[in-house]
Design a protein. Structure first.
Lengths: 196, 112
C-alpha cells in the first residue's frame, strides 16, 4: 500500500500539507520502507478523516487547526521512531540500524549510553587487527604461564616468541569481535523485552 | 493555588491513563481507526487528548500484543488503519480495572 495524497483546491492549503508531509518523511527516513509508509499513511488518514468531518469552511484554516491539534512531527514522532528503530535493529542485527537506534535512544536512559560504549569497545579489536598488519612482531596474544598474559600491542615489553596465535591472530580477533557484537546486541534485545 | 503544578499533574495523569482509556474503548470488540478513536474518547470522557500522542501509544499497545491493526481500503483511496483488542488485551484491561477500582476506593478514603 502506498500513500495517496489528499487533493486541495486552495494552493496555500496544498503547500502547508506538502510541508507537513515533508516533515514527517524527514523524521521517519531512518526506518525501513514499510514502517515509513505506515506512519505516513496513518497520519495522512487522520488529516483526511478530520477534513471530511468538516466539509465546509476555509481549507487553510481547517488544515492549520488539524495540524496544530495533531502536533509537530518532530515531537510526536520522536518516541515512535526511536521505538521502531530499536525493534528493527535488534531484529536484523544490522550494525547500521543498531548505531542509528542507539543514537535515537541516547536520551532515553543511561543504559543506552552504556550500550553505546560497549559497541565502541569493539573498535578496539579493529584497531588490533590493523596494528597486527603494521607491527606483526609486537601485536598478538602473548602468553607464558605465570608470566605474561597480553592481548594487544606490547611495545617491546614481551618476547615475540611468546605469541601463540601467529597468523591466526587476525581471524581469531575477527571471530571474537563478531561474537561480542552478537552478545551485546542480544543483551540490547533482552533489555528491550524487559523494558516492555 | 499553584496552577502550574496542577497543570503538570493533570498532564501526567492524562498521559498515565491514556492506555487504560484506549483499551476500555476497544474492549467492546468494535474496531476503531485513529481519528474515530480520538472522537469516541472525547465523546465519552470529555477528555481532550493530545492527538499526536495517540499513535505512538497505539504502536506500543500493538508491540505488547494487546491490540492488533489492519489496513482497510476505502472508496476515497485513502485507507484507514483499524485497531481492535486482542484476547490478551481484554484480560489485561480487566486486571487494570480491578486495580483502578481499588485505587479509587483508597483515594476516596484519603480525600474524605
Amino acid at each position: 500500500m502506498k500513500l495517496k495524497e489528499i487533493p486541495f483546491k486552495d494552493q496555500s492549503a496544498e503547500r502547508i500539507y506538502q510541508d507537513y508531509l515533508y516533515r514527517i518523511r524527514k523524521q521517519v527516513k531512518g526506518l525501513n520502507q514499510q514502517n515509513q509508509d505506515e506512519i505516513l499513511m496513518e497520519l495522512n488518514s487522520h488529516i483526511y478523516e478530520n477534513l471530511q468531518e468538516h466539509p465546509a469552511g476555509n481549507e487553510v484554516e481547517k488544515l492549520l487547526n488539524i495540524l496544530e491539534k495533531l502536533g509537530r512531527p518532530e515531537e510526536i514522532l520522536k518516541p515512535l521512531v526511536a521505538d521502531k528503530k530499536l525493534a528493527e535493529a535488534t531484529r536484523t542485527f544490522n550494525p547500521i540500524h543498531v548505531f542509528k537506534a542507539l543514537l535515537l535512544n541516547l536520551t532515553n536512559g543511561i543504559s543506552y549510553i552504556i550500550f553505546f560504549i560497549l559497541y565502541l569497545f569493539l573498535f578496539g579489536f579493529v584497531f588490533l587487527i590493523c596494528a597486527k598488519i603494521w607491527n606483526p612482531s609486537q601485536v598478538g596474544f602473548f602468553y607464558k604461564p605465570g608470566e605474561v598474559f597480553i592481548i594487544g600491542l606490547s611495545k617491546g615489553l614481551v618476547n615475540p616468541a611468546d605469541e601463540i596465535l601467529g597468523n591466526w591472530f587476525i581471524p581469531v580477533m575477527i571471530i571474537v569481535a563478531i561474537a561480542l557484537y552478537f552478545m551485546i546486541t542480544l543483551l540490547l534485545k533482552l533489555k528491550r523485552t524487559i523494558n516492555k | 493555588m499553584n496552577e502550574d503544578f496542577i497543570h503538570k499533574w493533570i498532564s501526567q495523569v492524562k498521559k498515565g491513563t491514556l492506555s487504560f482509556i484506549v483499551l476500555n474503548v476497544l474492549k467492546s470488540g468494535k474496531a476503531y481507526y485513529g481519528y474515530d478513536l480520538i472522537n469516541e474518547i472525547k465523546k465519552i470522557t470529555e477528555i481532550e487528548i493530545a492527538e499526536g500522542t495517540l499513535y505512538p501509544l497505539m504502536n506500543r499497545l500493538k508491540d505488547e500484543k494487546l491490540i492488533i491493526s489492519e489496513w482497510v481500503e476505502q472508496e476515497s483511496g485513502i485507507p484507514r488503519k483499524y485497531y481492535s483488542i486482542t484476547h490478551e488485551g481484554k484480560n489485561t484491561v480487566t486486571k487494570m480495572e480491578e486495580y483502578w477500582h481499588n485505587l479509587n476506593q483508597s483515594i476516596l478514603k484519603i480525600t474524605k
